[in-house]
Design a protein around this ligand. Structure first.
Ligand code: ZN
Ligand code: ZN
Length: 246
C-alpha cells in the first residue's frame, strides 16, 4: 500500500514543504488537510474521498477550503471528513463560516465514534494525544501489518499513546524541532528529535519517519537525522513527494 507525503511540515509552509497532508490513493484516504491538500488532486483516482483530521489547528485543516479545485472533473461521489466531534463543529462553524469562506463545501461530516473500516477492509483506529486543544493519533491494521500516524504531541518516555503503537511496522511521528528546542516544544505541544527516536526504539516499530518538520528551515534535514539514527537506525525524514510502502 503506497502512502504519498503531500505536506511534511507544520505551522506554515516553506519553500520545500507544505503543511500536514498524507494520502493513500488506493484507499481514497487522506490524513490531515494542511496546505499540502491541493496535491490530492493529482493522486485522486477513487470515487470516494475519506479525510481523517488529527485535530483542527489550521496547519492541518486549511486545505479543506481547496476542495472545489481538488474535485474539479474528478467524478468523486462522496467526500467524508472524520475527526473528533468538537473539532468538526469548530471547522464547520468557524473556518467555513461565510465570513471566512464564501461557499458550502460538498462534505459529509462524520464524527469519529469508533473504528472505521476502510475501502480494502482494513481497520482504522484512533487514540488521544496530548497537545493544546487535543489531537488524535491514527493506526491502520491489515492482517499482516500495521501503520501509525502520530502528529502534534510531545514525545516522552512512557507517553500514554505508546501502548497503541505495539506491533506497528511504519510509524510517521511528528518532530517539529531539533534537539535544543525542548522548552518551546513543551510550550507548543511538539517534539524534539531524541525523544521521538527513543519512543520508536522503546515500542519496537520497524521504521520511523520524522514529519511535521521544523518549518523555519528550508533545509532537507533540519532535525539532525544522524542523532535519531544513532538511537533508532531505521529513521528517515519526510519530504513532500516522498512515497512509502505501508
Ligand atoms: Zn501542526
Ligand atoms: Zn497542532
Amino acid at each position: 500500500m503506497r502512502l504519498h507525503v503531500l505536506g511534511s511540515t507544520g505551522y506554515h509552509p516553506n519553500e520545500r514543504r507544505h503543511t500536514s497532508c498524507y494520502m493513500l490513493p488506493e484507499l481514497g484516504l487522506v490524513l490531515d488537510a494542511g496546505t499540502g491538500f491541493f496535491r490530492v488532486r493529482e493522486h485522486l483516482v477513487t470515487p470516494t474521498l475519506e479525510i481523517m483530521l488529527s485535530h483542527a489547528h489550521l496547519d492541518h485543516v486549511i486545505g479543506l477550503t481547496y476542495l472545489f479545485d481538488v474535485l474539479h472533473k474528478k467524478n468523486v461521489e462522496r467526500v467524508t471528513v472524520r475527526g473528533a466531534p468538537r473539532k468538526l463543529e469548530v471547522i464547520a462553524e468557524q473556518m467555513l463560516s461565510p465570513h471566512l469562506f464564501p461557499a458550502t463545501l460538498p462534505i459529509q461530516w462524520a464524527p469519529l465514534i469508533g473504528p472505521v473500516t476502510l475501502a480494502d477492509g482494513s481497520r482504522l483506529t484512533y487514540f488521544p494525544l496530548e497537545h493544546p486543544g487535543g489531537s488524535l493519533g491514527f493506526r491502520i491494521d491489515w492482517p499482516d501489518r500495521a501503520f501509525a500516524f502520530v502528529t502534534d504531541t510531545t514525545a516522552k518516555p512512557g507517553a500514554a499513546y505508546a501502548a497503541h503503537l505495539e506491533g506497528v511496522d511504519v510509524l510517521i511521528h511528528e518532530c517539529n524541532f531539533p534537539d535544543g528546542w525542548e522548552a518551546l516544544a513543551e510550550q507548543t505541544g511538539h517534539s524534539c528529535t531524541t525523544p521521538v527516536a527513543e519512543l520508536a526504539k522503546a515500542v519496537g516499530v520497524k521504521r520511523l519517519i520524522l514529519s511535521h518538520v521544523f518549518p523555519i528551515s528550508n533545509e532537507f534535514d533540519p532535525l539532525n537525522l544522524s542523532v535519531a539514527r544513532r538511537i533508532f537506525p531505521n529513521t528517515d525524514i519526510a519530504i513532500d513527494g516522498l512515497e512509502l510502502d505501508v
